[in-house]
Design a protein around this ligand. Structure first.
Ligand code: T46
Length: 133
């Protein structure tokens, strides 16, 4: 499985650093929603679902966490620890998030509004849908 890590330009100077996210320019979709995950408790895992349609870009803007991405055939483990790097997560990719650092702030850009009907929260159902494709 190809892991699509997008390198974002960091504008750094003696004052610090700045990264800009621009719809359809460095972000390859229309941004409909932005959310962030923070204050994660020790040893928690999140995710454990795939999406039917949703495409997202995840950036650890502070700290770090791991994504396990699974397309039903292959699993890859990706460490996000760079605020100038975005992980593209396509539809029909199972994701599990682990190893959140205490200070982790995970920013996610999404191409659609929140819709619980878009979630596949059962792994066997996910595998079934993948094999139907
Ligand atoms: C994903 C990973 C990376 C909302 O009300 N609006 C929202 O936009 C979102 C994303 C969630 N919620 C509610 C639904 C739940 O009651 O917030 C609660 C926590 O959501 P969830 O358990 O789905 O969180 P994660 O961290 O397991 O998954 C989230 C996204 O839901 C998911 O799309 O890909 O982050």
């Amino acid at each position: 499985m190809n892991v699509n890590l997008i390198q974002l330009q960091s504008h750094g100077d003696e004052r610090g650093a700045l990264v800009s996210l621009e719809q359809s320019l460095n972000i390859p979709f229309q941004i409909k929603r932005v959310y962030y995950v923070f204050n994660t408790k020790e040893s928690v895992t999140r995710g454990f679902h795939a999406h039917k349609e949703l495409k997202q870009l995840a950036i650890a803007v502070k700290g770090s966490c791991r994504f396990l991405l699974d397309d039903g055939k292959e699993k890859v483990d990706v460490l996000l620890d760079n605020p100038a790097q975005g992980l593209m997560i396509d539809s029909f990719i199972w994701r599990e998030m682990t190893d959140f650092s205490e200070d982790c702030v995970l920013l996610v850009l999404a191409d659609a509004y929140y819709d619980e009907n878009d979630y596949i929260r059962d792994y066997d159902k996910f595998l079934g849908l993948i094999s139907d494709e």
